[in-house]
Write a protein that binds this ligand. Structure first.
Ligand SMILES: NC(=O)c1ccc[n+]([C@@H]2O[C@H](COP(=O)([O-])OP(=O)(O)OC[C@H]3O[C@@H](n4cnc5c(N)ncnc54)[C@H](OP(=O)(O)O)[C@@H]3O)[C@@H](O)[C@H]2O)c1
Length: 322
């Protein structure tokens, strides 16, 4: 078969022939119809993800849509220690797969599920989000952020503050459900002040930035909060602005701040998989939308290093029948 193959962590994958994997146990060999190029895929392929054990060569790709031997299609999440999904064929574990309805577009599903799942499971499993609550999405201009805005609206958020750097994308978020937008561009202290003024009284923060953005945002929000003892659930999901923050101890004493993460590990794989069918339903019904850019897998090397089109996810289509 042909696959995207990483042979060095400092070079993009190349399209080349590779031995098809052999299923063991419950695994099934599937034809891959679509696989998204998510940030998590890039960090796995350049060896910087925390699960990376340095082994090469590897086939990247954490999820995708596959066609089973009986013709059915399924969205699936690849096993952590198995081959990735950016190949004509890969292994599917039925415990990490859900069937796709006939009218589901595999490219849209492959683009959408990873970014959408992040806020869907966070709001439904990490906290008990209630209609009428308000949300700040930090890093709302990315694929996951724009999904979080739509999902917060779908789950009944009364107010949705969308914060990001890209002004054009920020403006588009109003059409997706944001009730207010805040620019994170320019002077960091001024951006934090804008955030504090716009979002001090939200109930939930969905945070894709962390790093310097969050470090300034936490005190900016908490010190301007009308009711400090009102709970603020800060859900850490991504770290686009840096892996670490320094947190002054007073913010934990002076307000009712509850910081938690959401992702694989803070949720069980079974818990995440249980949420997938209802999320897929939203895409087939058109309640949620995602922008996808399908690219033949043969073009992986070029597409990997091409400038990233924010808000539109590259989806490789390895199998000709996609
Ligand atoms: N835990 C989970 O379950 C889970 C699931 C999916 C994704 N994630 C994580 O969530 C994050 C976002 O994923 P994505 O799919 O949305 O990625 P994406 O589509 O590539 O978007 C990334 C966004 O990050 C913003 N950004 C980058 N550097 C920034 C900085 N220094 N300050 C402020 N904003 C910055 C950019 O905003 P501008 O365009 O406005 O500059 C961009 O829109 C990633 O870290 C990803 O790994 C986690």
């Amino acid at each position: 078969m042909y696959a995207a193959v990483v042979r060095s962590f400092d070079r993009p994958p190349r399209y080349e022939e590779f031995a098809a994997p052999e299923p063991t146990g419950r695994q099934v060999l599937v034809d891959v119809l679509a696989a998204g190029l998510h940030p998590r895929v890039r960090s796995g392929a350049n060896g910087t993800h925390y699960t990376s054990d340095g082994s090469l060569p590897l086939i990247p790709g954490v999820d995708g849509v596959g066609r089973l031997p009986d013709g059915r299609r399924a969205y699936f999440v690849a096993d952590d220690d198995g081959p990735g999904t950016m190949a004509e064929q890969t292994l599917l574990d039925p415990r990490r797969a859900v069937p796709l309805p006939d009218d589901a577009d595999p490219v849209v599903i492959a683009a959408a599920m990873n970014p959408a799942m992040s806020s869907w499971v966070a709001l439904r499993r990490r906290i008990s989000f209630q209609p009428g609550q308000s949300v700040l999405v930090l890093g709302a201009t990315g694929n996951a952020g724009q999904m979080a805005v739509q999902i917060a609206r779908h789950l009944g958020a009364a107010g949705i503050v969308a914060a990001g750097r890209d002004q054009q994308r920020l403006e588009l978020l109003t059409g997706l459900g944001a009730t207010r937008t805040v620019s994170l561009a320019g002077d960091p202290a001024e951006a934090a002040d804008r955030l504090g003024k716009a979002a001090a009284d939200v109930d939930v923060v969905i945070d894709y930035t962390w790093g310097a953005v969050t470090e300034r945002a936490i005190p900016a929000l908490l010190t301007q909060r009308a009711e400090r003892s009102a709970a603020l659930d800060w859900i850490q999901i991504g770290s686009m602005a840096g892996p670490d923050i320094t947190l002054p101890s007073f913010v934990l004493r002076a307000a009712n701040l509850r910081i938690m993460g959401s992702g694989q590990g803070s949720l069980t794989a079974a818990g995440i998989v249980a949420e997938l069918p209802s999320l897929i339903d939203q895409f087939t019904a058109g309640t949620l939308t995602a922008a996808a850019l399908p690219v033949p897998l043969a073009e992986v090397e070029r597409a990997w290093t091409a400038p990233i089109e924010t808000g539109r996810r590259i989806v490789f289509t390895p199998s000709a029948s996609a």
